[in-house]
Design a binder for this molecule. Sequence first.
Ligand code: IVH
Length: 665
Amino acid sequence: MADAELSIAEQIRQLRSEITRHEHLYYVLDSPEITDAQYDSLLRQLSSLEDQHPEFRTPDSPTQRVGGAPREGFVKLAHSSPMLSLDNALNEAELRDFDRRVRDLLADEPFEYVAELKLDGLSLAVHYNAGLLERAITRGDGAVGEEVTANARTIRSLPLRASTPLTFEARGEAIISRRAFDRLNEQREQDGLPLYANPRNSAAGSLRVLDPAITASRQLEFMAYFYFVDGQPACQSHWQSLEQLAALGFKVNPHRRLCPNIDDLISFCNEFDQRREQLPYEIDGVVAKINSIAQQRRLGYTAKAPRWAIAYKYAARDAETTVEGITVQVGRTGAITPVAILRDVQVGGVTVSRATLHNEDEITRLGLRVGDRVRVERSGDVIPKVVAVVASSPAGQPFVMPRSCPVCASSLIKLEGEVALRCLNVNCPARLMATIEHFAARGVMDIDGMGEALVKQLVDKGLVTSVADLYGLRAEQLEALDRMGRKSAAKIIENIHASRRRPLARLLSGLGISFVGERTAQILADTFGSLDRIATLPEEQLQAAEEVGPKVAAAIRLFFADPRNQELIERLRAAGLCFEQEIRVRGLGPFSGLTFVLTGTFPTLKREEAKARIEAAGGKVAGSVSKKTSIVVAGEEAGSKLDKARELGIEVIDEAELLRRLENQ
Ligand code: IVH
């Protein structure tokens, strides 16, 4: 008995260290060695061992990231030393002023800067006791913050156990990537929830929710930049403390540089001003810190900020300007979007002359009238938006939404439960133009050269009345258009033909089915593998795909039920577009890595449905039982497969249990 227990404890220990190593490779170093399915399978093995032997479960186990019931509120805790903010330099001259002050204070002694990116998130202090994550505290007012340990534990790049059993504090930034932010807002839009204005607000909101399961779903990251013991820097230089943090298993931003002088620091700032749009997360500047901790001590602090560091802030992404008019735009789904016409203004280095106002309710919420002075914001490559009225114009005219489509004059309709007005005429030229532009866009069918100007001409001249017409275009027809030479016409025809090879998911997202964007299209393609299946499966079966709920399934059915769309599909098929792909087991499903065998008749699910739901959850369904089978789902009158499963000692479950596991994802 004692031996067996020892070996279980040992198995658990080995699995934990293996899983922790893979989490570090994946979440911290961005260089996984195994597939998601292999990782899931390791985690499942560990979780099942711990279920059988709860006495071995410990809080640093990788299975224990999301735990505990939602809280009632947060406890306030004092920081080990104040979490100060930084003084800003808004341009190169101010940065040089800072450098001069430092040189004076250090009496011309040589010094170096460490340049780091200024991550746009919220700062967090995490305490480790003998290597174990013990407490996480938000910045709060700098002296006292809120204890958010349960939430912070769900951040996968934050080690639950450091690589060495030290007692220390790491401070850094909790951030959300642009991708995770976009997904989060997409989901919130679908759920009718208010959108987060920017990644920073969403990171802050996600850390301050009472239910850790919500934080876990937000995919926050943590990047460390201070290593403290007893509230003080514990290395000789800042650079060393960053290396120490990385060695302890933290994610430390790789974009950092030791700069021996102010010119190098300025180059770093300029270089990342150019590159910031390409980074997967938002930054709002560069933080420069004096490298030597001894010199930092000599420089000391003002009342609110250290004298040994400065934040170089990039040009603001917001600006004030005047609304000169409000017009409306017809989107490809017929949604009418009001757009503010602005007096030209520079926002973060780009001239902005229009900004979206989303819908009529938004104009009311802002209390916006033509003539008002407003603040506009750009974040990432998102369309600029009006965020607030700064001063209303006394003679301002309230805006009235048109009752008919500004392009085709059809009456506009507000569908139940929607805020947007829509033009329901599918042949509306505005919708057609937007549809074609979307179809040809990068990331969709990727037809290079098929931009707004060309699409407008093609639609105006009646050369294209549906996306299928693109594939019948001839070079001579294009040559007859404005500003179109022989060579470019030929090139565009070539690009159109090349687009026929785009994978199924691209085609699906190009069709413009409501709620089916890039991601959902990819999931549908991976789960069902063929356009014809997606076009014909009943709604319940479509919902077997991950993230496809009743609303999306209904929109898909509605789309394919329309005879005009059926005709479009047949024409695209005739043009030779790609309607099939391999069914892919999606990496992150709760069933990934598991092979199921179905046998007998189930009380509620049809065989096909059960299969689709297992596949949508990442599992595989095989025809016969073998040693490779993970689970057999048995219904009424299960025959020889059930016997075989028992013989091989394979887990057998019934439909109710299968459904329970699918629910518990
Ligand atoms: S150092 C006293 N380093 O910027 C030192 N801060 O304006 C203050 N931030 O509250 C922190 N990236 O939330 C530091 N690499 C970085 C940072 C960074 C982002 C944030 C942090 C801080 C604010 C200061």
